[in-house]
Design a protein around this ligand. Sequence first.
Ligand code: ADP
Ligand code: ZN
Length: 751
Amino acid sequence: MIARVTLELALRKEFDYFIPAELAEQIDVGTRVQVPFGARKVFGCVTSLAEESAHARLKPILRVLGAQALVTPGILKLARWLSEYYCCSPAVALKSVLPEAVRHEQAGWRERLYARALPPAGELPKLSKRQKEIWHIAEERRELPLQELIELAGTTAATIRRLEDKGLLAISAHIAERDPYAREHILPTQPLPLNSAQAQSLAAITEAMDATTGTGGKQANGNAPPNRTLLLHGVTGSGKTEVYLQALAHALEQGRGGIVLVPEISLTPQTVERFKARFSSGRLHTLVAVLHSNLSAGERHDEWHKIRQGRARIVIGARSAIFAPVQPLGLIVVDEEHEYTYKQEEAPRYHARDVAIVRGQMEGATVVLGSATPSLESFHNCQRGKYRLLQLPERVDEKRMPIVRIVDMRTTVRKGKAPLIFSPQLQEALAQRLERREQAILFLNRRGYSSTLQCPQCGYVANCPNCSLSLTYHRQDQKLRCHVCAHAEPAPMLCPNSKCRNPEIRYSGLGTQKVEDTLSRLFPRARVVRMDSDAMKRKDDYRRLLGDFRSGKIDILVGTQMIAKGLHFPNVTLVGIIYADLALHQPDFRAGERTFQLLTQVAGRAGRGEVEGEVFVQAFTPFHPAIQCARRHDFISFYEQEIEFRRQLQYPPLSRIALLTLKGRNEEKVQFSAEHLKLELEKKVGDFKDLILAGPAPAPLRRAETYYRYQIMLRVPRMSELSRRLAELMQGLKLPEDISLTINIDPVDLA
Ligand code: ADP
Ligand code: ZN
């Protein structure tokens, strides 16, 4: 027999190896193996088996790694699709479907030493005071990790070993499974009785699930299966999560498992707890595995194996959890499906929502996309009949949507003065909340203190030396920082221009630090906390601060998009959006969509308790449709006017984009290579029907981290054929050594 192996090197090809008889039993599709490659021994994955090979004199597979095939045939097929659609090598695709910690053995099962108390036959032998202490701790706990015993007793391993010599303790190694949530005490919950909109949505989902049990899609009666992808459009607080929970229970009832994707940022302990609590007991109980970037390598390894072994049948996680080896898979939920963080910005540049849909099709699983502000792509697919639309138009308990007031900031501008941070209306509303002991959230999507440093005399602006971007002033540590490459330098006291040296340099624009500062001047007694990536340095900060806010130790929370998502605080009755137009002024066709989504999400944080919520949106372009539609909580109107704009310019969802970016340190060379690439593209794909080829042009961020960047954008009605041809073109393309090319299919970040 012959095994076809993809190597874990950045190679596009597969290689054939001969399977030695003694390994034949252990080798299957998906097995990880070590093989000779040139003079080296490298790791790879068996991607298929064959009777014969086109090559003579094959080398043998050297050894098999791990007792169980790591990659299931289903995941392997998905990796193949990933590599074809997103134009990357199979090896890169394969790497991303298996967590690093699983691929490498070092983080394998952790064997730990445990100390176990052995009851003495008769009297306790004579012990020193320290030894007695150790013995008491061990006896009380019966068995505990050696390291913990050392710490508790404030002693050394040598002292403990002496107790072992006396026959009072046994020290031995066990496998200890790491559980990142071991410290939480979770109370089980029961399914809630659903309201009618929820019940209808659940029925549609379970109907789709029933139609696909075990049959890869065909219905027994020969009818076309109902749509396997459903879009659950529900306003914030409408009870989407309860629908997911009950749909997951249905999957378990069918003997299948489920994956729930949430954006990394909303993967809070609160969210995880809701899932663990529901499935921790009862007839359908199962382990709930959690996968996110904050786990240690060891924790990730253990969570992954719980899934692979079928002990955890429900997985909740961020983007890469879409590759979790749940088998058989009944349901995939993509919560907040419009979130841009589902797109990976390095190779393979996949979008987890789109991978979810493809995986659902391949494995006969139902896919539920949920959002209060669906992406134009997904809503468009409902309009075209590709997905089924489910709606939860009202909040649970008939809580009303908050009242949104737009403040026209143009009226607050006074000549020669910096614009106000707080309009009189918002300031007044804040004062009221403080008086009534209610809480407020203030949102500004820019961290730092001031956005630019400018000299009023010579016009000098502090720019990043590595990027085409101005530096942001951070007052706390008196530094200017670049938000792209993290370059930092001391903030100058004089204008750095040697001919000017003006001491009156000015900082203009604003960031969250300035909002925080201004607040403490306006309301000296208010307890204000800032939440952004500068303030949240440690793993626990986020969770601790949210705990303080919940328990009322904080009056006002100031933050970036970190606080826009999914948080649920009943005592928050006011939300202020400091500068709503910020996201509108981005050179990106999705700027309007992003603004609408952000405003709607942030506004949804208000009024989740007994008191009605109020939202103030401060804007310099108050009549922009994205702002007006968000004010009325009117997704449909926003969709209708936005889709018209996309249609006129042939932007997604009415086309698909492939964005090619060339990078290099020498700008002329980058530009020249880009022109050359364009000619090649015209030869290779110029005949494509309805192709729009734009560029080359400097990227919106022309220089980043010392590299110049030029882009070519291709738009086509359908992508898969174009990806295939782009991959071919890449193979034959000759670029100078110091120029690199990346291909981004369906990009969400055009910068
Ligand atoms: P969403 O996910 O749409 O934002 P959630 O599922 O978080 O909404 O629901 C908001 C709140 O309403 C939660 O506290 C949830 O427990 C509660 N809830 C959801 N469905 C019901 C229901 N049918 N009856 C009573 N309470 C519900
Ligand atoms: Zn920079």
